[in-house]
Design a binder for this molecule. Structure first.
Ligand code: HPA
Ligand code: ZN
Length: 339
């Protein structure tokens, strides 16, 4: 008899979070507390009101609310509190390593200096590392609906922080803003020694995944679901062991997948893709990484082996050095053997 797959086994399974927008971890309770602290007006009467507004029909309907919610973040302390709340939460989900995104332009465009955002987030990250014995990397994401020149301006503002950032990403409204729009900005980031990721194939076509690979030369694809429409691309991704950071609850919330029971995560594994499971914007999409794993395992009737493969892929897809990676893989194996 194989060991049963329990929720507790999945929750405590060591894993890495590779696809998380820190602004998307802003829970309504913290949104209200920060609105009061900073005397910012928000168009909601209660926490329940906020949650009731979280019904999306596509990526843009979510982004409009996500950018509006971020308006309560003003001071270094706010960004620290946001980060600390996230790490405290996922320490309970078996997360031992996290590579998280932040969107500097969301804040600089409303007058918050880059340095305030970065200093606050790194303060929270340093606290979390000490408190939870977690390793953490921060990835600066460019907003793709803005011009490439704006990304370059942001890159210049990031200059004093570059040695502390691990990579750059590309997010926001995908359709109409192909990866090739950011060819020069990504080349500059690569020259600066940063790792490269891009959201591609979430709502946009498989062609955008090709562009992320061929034009941006990314090290990792965020989402990548629509690559499944292109068999030659699937073969290429499988051959190159290109990591796809898949976010099942996000896919359902933004209606890229009609229901979790129809999510293609196990099809991706069967095709030889290095798919992993992450949370994207947990405060908006109904669950952190543990819930994404548990709900998807239940909905797709995943085997224990498949769940362990997804966790293993989260480490293999990380930007950790070989020695640290091998330590995490050994811990994962020990956990599986013991459980
Ligand atoms: N897609 C694109 N941009 C985003 C997302 C997402 O799911 N979350 C936050 N910014
Ligand atoms: Zn995302």
């Amino acid at each position: 008899m194989p060991a049963p797959l329990t929720d507790a086994f999945i929750t405590n399974l060591p894993k890495a979070e590779l696809h998380l927008h820190i602004e998307g971890s802003l829970e309504p309770e913290l949104m209200f507390a920060l609105a009061a602290r900073n005397k910012v007006a928000i168009p909601f009467a209660s926490v329940e009101d906020v949650r009731a507004a979280y019904s999306f029909t596509n990526l843009q309907t979510f982004l409009d609310i996500y950018y509006a919610g971020a308006a309560v973040l003003k001071t270094e302390e706010d960004f620290r509190d946001l980060a600390v709340a996230y790490f405290d939460r996922v320490a309970m989900d078996g997360v031992v390593h996290a590579e998280i995104f932040f969107d500097p332009q969301t804040h600089t465009h409303r007058g918050i200096p880059f340095d305030v955002v970065a200093a606050g987030l790194f303060a929270g990250i340093d606290e979390a590392k000490a408190k939870h014995n977690m390793s953490v990397g921060l990835i600066m994401s460019f907003l793709r609906h803005l011009p490439e020149e704006d990304a370059f301006e942001t890159f210049a503002q990031a200059e004093p922080w570059l040695d502390r950032l691990i990579g750059v990403g590309l997010d926001s409204s995908e359709v109409g803003n192909p990866p090739s729009k950011f060819a020069r900005a990504f080349a500059a980031a690569g020259d600066a020694g940063l790792m490269l990721c891009a959201h591609a194939g979430e709502e946009g076509p498989a062609e955008y995944v090709h562009e992320a690979l061929d034009v941006l030369h990314v090290d990792r694809i965020d989402h990548g679901n629509r690559a499944l429409e292109d068999p030659a691309l699937v073969a290429r991704l499988a051959r190159d062991a290109m990591t796809l950071t898949v976010c099942p609850l996000s896919n359902v919330a933004l209606r890229n997948v009609d229901r979790l029971e129809n999510h293609p995560i196990d099809r991706m594994l069967d095709l030889g893709l290095r798919a992993t499971i992450h949370s994207d914007d947990p405060a908006y999409f109904g669950g952190y990484i543990g819930e994404n794993f548990r709900a998807t395992a239940a909905a797709r009737n995943l085997s224990r082996e498949q769940v362990v493969t997804l966790a293993r892929n989260s480490f293999l897809g990380s930007f950790l050095d070989d020695e640290t990676l091998s330590g995490h893989l050994a811990s994962l194996d020990a956990y599986v053997k013991a459980g």
